[in-house]
Design a protein. Structure first.
Lengths: 302, 86
């Protein structure tokens, strides 16, 4: 190898090893963080770091652009001195010139052990439903809104199809999935009341759990038990803690309660023998008023 | 509506994502610094226009990464301050 060849290989290696992949990872992480904070901001005027995060993302994207420009200029230089086609780095040192994107559109972590990128919602849905991440990119063909997603989940529960649930939930954009948190609490309270035959009370938590936990667990085998305890306690407005140690539990993953709430909504509708359109009848009178004397308590028979 | 616990959980998850982004930015800065040194040694004495432009782009990338890191620190501080008030 001549001195010129050696110089060319060295420059090519440096250009190929510029940290474009790491910068792409950083941008994806910051986008994921922004998605979460934007969801939180829907209910607050506090900026909570979102503008700073936007600036950070912009700087990271500019850094990536500058690195790509530098790579092109170094390639131009090698071409100009006659080494454009020959100055390749040694095979064992050759690095990727562009980020490697996996089939689901995410970028693998440089460390290899960090959680998946840009798919935290679909990755968590896969964990909760006990399967692999859906091959589509999160949001690619998902529900257009949280109410649409809730109906898809209810239909999946009715069909008892865990794969379908995983697909429908995992294909949603994260904010659409997180929005289930706003939709399910009133529906759950109403449906639980219909199942019990009266307004849900704290002492109804164990009965409601007996009626629903098995079906929910079949569909969400990866759901932490404290999350389900917390959800049932909220449905029954249980502030005293019949939901076990839910109050003392570690903070759950942001996807857990929205997913659990949607699936529980589907299970309650199924137990009541109702179709998804029953979700639209939110203006019905309170269940306590509907419950006629002697009405059978369906929760004990479910 | 989402509960306080859910909001805090979402903020915690966001901060985790930012922290991992910061780690990637720091690792990128280190690799970039190594590349700059290697290229400076290899291309010392070159007056080629593309070399000067490449080095300027690398310097710009380095500055952008520094500013990115500073902005993420401010974002984390604000997010955590908000979470503390809940």
């Amino acid at each position: 190898m001549s001195l010129m060849d050696e110089l060319g290989a060295r420059v090519r290696t440096s250009a190929d090893e510029l940290p474009l992949e790491l910068v792409t990872v950083a941008v994806q992480r910051l986008h994921a963080a922004a998605e979460l904070l934007l969801w939180v901001r829907q209910a607050s005027a506090d900026p909570m770091g979102v503008p700073q995060l936007a600036h950070a993302t912009e700087h990271a994207e500019h850094a990536g652009h500058a690195l790509r420009v530098a790579q092109e200029q170094l390639t131009d230089y090698l071409t100009a001195i006659g080494l454009g086609a020959t100055a390749r780095p040694a095979p064992d040192r050759a690095g990727p010139t562009t980020p490697q994107v996996t089939e689901d559109g995410s970028v693998p972590s440089p460390a290899g052990d960090a959680p998946r990128l840009s798919g935290w919602w679909s990755a968590r849905v896969a964990e909760l439903t006990g399967g692999d991440v859906a091959p589509t990119t999160s949001g690619a063909d998902g529900a257009t809104g949280s109410d649409h997603l809730l109906r898809l989940v209810v239909a999946g529960v009715r069909a008892g199809d865990r794969s379908r649930l995983r697909h429908d939930l995992g294909a949603a954009h994260a904010p659409v999935g997180l929005g289930l948190s706003a939709l399910t609490p009133p529906a759950l309270h109403r449906l639980a009341g219909d199942l019990l035959g009266h307004q849900p009370r704290a002492e109804d938590v164990p009965r409601l759990a007996r009626a629903t936990a098995g079906r929910v667990r079949d569909l969400l085998p990866g759901m932490p038990q404290p999350v389900l305890d917390t959800l049932l306690a909220r449905v029954c407005r249980d502030t005293a803690g019949h939901g076990g140690d839910a109050r003392a539990a570690q903070p759950s993953h942001p996807a857990d309660l929205p997913v659990a709430g949607a699936v529980l909504t589907g299970v309650l509708l199924q137990l009541l023998g109702r179709d998804p359109e029953a979700l639209d009848r939110s203006g019905e009178e309170p269940c306590a008023a509907r419950a006629a004397p002697g009405r059978p308590d369906r929760a004990t028979h479910a | 509506m989402a509960s306080v616990a859910e909001v805090k959980s979402a903020i915690d998850a966001a901060v985790t994502q930012i922290t991992e982004g910061q780690a990637a930015v720091q690792a990128a800065s280190e690799k970039l610094s190594e590349a700059q040194q290697s290229l400076a040694a290899a291309l010392d004495g070159s007056g080629h226009e593309s070399v000067g432009a490449a080095q300027a782009s690398l310097f710009q990338a380095s500055t952008e990464l520094e500013e990115c890191l500073a902005a993420t620190l401010a974002a984390v501080e604000q997010a955590q301050s908000y979470a503390a008030t809940l």
